[in-house]
Design a protein around this ligand. Structure first.
Ligand SMILES: Nc1ncnc2c1ncn2[C@@H]1O[C@H](COP(=O)(O)OP(=O)(O)OP(=O)(O)O)[C@@H](O)[C@H]1O
Ligand SMILES: [Mg+2]
Length: 315
């Protein structure tokens, strides 16, 4: 059967159908379709397409990595040597661009394709790895590694582990332990370093050992305004909410102002703005004690709920 390897982005094609011929689950897989069907990895791809707006290059890279693993499975089934590719990654981008979200999906994909045993993701920052006195860091880092083993260790702002200005910084100890594990146990643990691009570049320049262990660099660009609007739609839908007349345009105006302000955090700022709009919607409805509230009233963010934001006041 000639099924495409991946769902076409944006298409609403039916989810992966079972292969035409019944597959003997014991027999070694011979086709890409068999590996995909057995791993059920396509369900994660579909979710990735459905839930995440934009990020086309990131999604493509995830598929490329998956293709590599699928072909490795088929090679294994033929008794060919498999290289056990190193899959440590680096996700760079500004706050709220989807790095953590994609990290969780990546863990699922790696698990379904049999690269890691369990597929959990443990997200940490410097404080989870580095202790505050001598002898504290080793056990702390090892404890985290133990939890992450069989899955993904996601280190946010990884460059904070390296503080050259402080000669005796314990972060170096954590880096050294990580380097060892990333080399020796790379078939059972994938490390993802996340953070701002410029700081990560500096970190890699100063830590060539870390740089050489990272096989994939994924860059998460800031979202364009139309993408932020679509993200808003997708966040509202599962809450049973939608923009009412004029509200979507108002939210677009809001975004135009908000992106220029300090601490703008892409999709996270969208989520926060919608949370505040929901509060205003509730207060507006609450104020009208006697009115019978329809389903429509309860599920609509009105233009006024958006325009009451402080962002407009300061414009
Ligand atoms: N492309 C997207 N489509 C829909 N929702 C998104 C998208 N990207 C991010 N989000 C949502 O925005 C929020 C922030 O995303 P996430 O935490 O993954 O960002 P981040 O890059 O890890 O941010 P930070 O650097 O601050 O940790 C989450 O609620 C996530 O679901
Ligand atoms: Mg994050």
């Amino acid at each position: 059967m000639n099924r495409p390897l991946y769902a076409i982005p944006g298409s609403t094609a039916a989810p992966a159908a079972a292969p035409a011929a019944p597959v003997n689950p014991e027999a070694p897989p011979r086709t890409v379709a068999e590996v995909l069907a057995r791993s059920q990895v396509e369900a994660v791809f579909d979710e990735l397409e459905r839930d995440l707006v934009g990020l086309a290059p990131v999604k493509q890279r995830i598929r490329d990595i998956a293709a590599l693993l699928v072909i490795d499975r088929l090679r294994l089934a033929q008794g060919l040597p498999t290289a056990n590719p190193s899959l440590h990654m680096c996700f760079t981008g500004n706050p709220g661009t989807g790095k953590t979200t994609v990290g969780f999906r990546m863990a699922q994909i790696l698990h379904r394709l049999g690269y890691v045993r369990q597929g959990q993701m443990v997200a940490v920052t410097r404080d989870d790895l580095v202790g505050s006195y001598i002898g504290h860091t080793g056990p702390k880092t090892k404890e985290v590694l133990k939890k992450a083993m069989g899955g993904v260790l996601f280190i946010d702002e990884a460059y904070t582990l390296y503080r050259p200005e402080n000669e005796r910084d314990y972060g170096q100890e954590a880096i050294e332990i990580l380097l060892q594990v990333m080399e020796n146990q790379r078939d059972d643990l994938v490390v993802i370093l996340a953070g701002y691009k410029d700081r990560m570049d500096t970190f890699f320049q100063c830590n060539p050992g870390m740089s050489s262990r990272i096989a994939h660099h994924l860059d998460f660009p800031d979202y364009a305004r139309d993408e932020l609007l679509q993200i808003a739609d997708r966040m509202l839908a599962p809450l049973g909410l939608a923009f009412g007349a004029g509200a979507r345009a108002a939210f677009d105006d809001y975004l135009a102002l908000r992106v220029q302000q300090p601490h703008f955090a892409n999709a996270r700022s969208v989520r926060n703005a919608l949370d505040r709009a929901r509060l205003r919607q509730a207060s507006r409805l609450f104020a009208d004690r006697e009115r019978e509230l329809t389903r429509e009233d309860l599920s609509t963010l009105a233009e006024a709920d958006i325009r009451a934001s402080r962002v407009f006041a300061s414009a």
